[in-house]
Design a protein. Structure first.
Lengths: 114, 114
């Protein structure tokens, strides 16, 4: 009965590779997010989708491309991985019908680029 | 633009002592304010939130926070620290001109000494 799940949990890859991280929520939420947390624990929003539409697109390299096939899924594809992409990536979701956007986080995907 | 500042990247208390984690916000309109906790190798989870209903907000695990508009603060407290409270704590602000976007503080790491 996992609420927000991410796969994989760990990802170790070489520079220049392309990788994807998947996120799914079974909470019935209509807004989903991707965050990047660096080694100093700083949490920065990357993207947000509401009902499959992109609503937040922060200053993120074009190598990062989110895709939302439906309201319950938000995937993140990263092209040409760089050393600086090493971080923990969190998916989150929030419920509809309220301006108070409490966020429900997944367990994170720890990406290490070698 | 909204922002949030957490004073002190590290706070250390003895078990049984008062916990005080400081958060100041900046917002042109009354905001929604949150405290999240992150245990090691986990995602963030909501501790409590302020939505303008009451200035003193009680959360899970014995934590509470008080919204003080005159001081633009939303400090988190717990009367008696427990070893299990050791974690990273994030203050966050959303709503108003920020819309869907939630801005997180840099985090405060709480250490609890036996």
């Amino acid at each position: 009965d996992t609420a927000v799940s991410q796969t994989p949990k760990y990802l170790v890859t070489q520079m220049g590779n392309d990788k994807s991280i998947k996120c799914e929520q079974n909470l019935g939420h209509d807004t989903m997010y991707w965050y990047k947390q660096d080694s100093k624990k700083f949490l920065k929003i990357m993207f947000s989708y509401n009902n499959k539409e992109l609503i937040i697109n922060e200053t993120v390299p074009n190598r990062f491309s989110p895709k939302s096939p439906d309201k319950a899924h938000l995937n993140l594809h990263i092209n040409s991985l760089e050393l600086g992409d090493s971080a923990v990536y969190f998916c989150a979701s929030s419920p509809p019908g309220t301006p108070v956007k409490t966020q429900y986080f997944g367990p994170g995907t720890r990406l290490l680029v070698l | 633009a909204q922002s949030v500042t957490q004073l002190g990247s590290h706070v250390s208390v003895s078990e049984g002592a008062l916990v005080l984690l400081r958060c100041n916000y900046s917002s042109s309109v009354p905001p929604y304010l949150f405290w999240y906790v992150q245990y090691p190798n986990q995602g963030l989870q909501l501790l409590l939130k302020y939505t303008s209903a009451a200035t003193l907000v009680k959360g899970i695990n014995g934590f509470e926070a008080e919204f003080k508009k005159s001081e633009t603060s939303f400090h988190l407290t717990k009367p008696s620290a427990h070893m299990s409270d050791a974690a990273e704590y994030f203050c966050a602000v959303s709503g108003g001109t920020g819309g869907f976007k939630t801005i997180f503080g840099a985090g405060t790491r709480l250490f609890v000494k036996a």
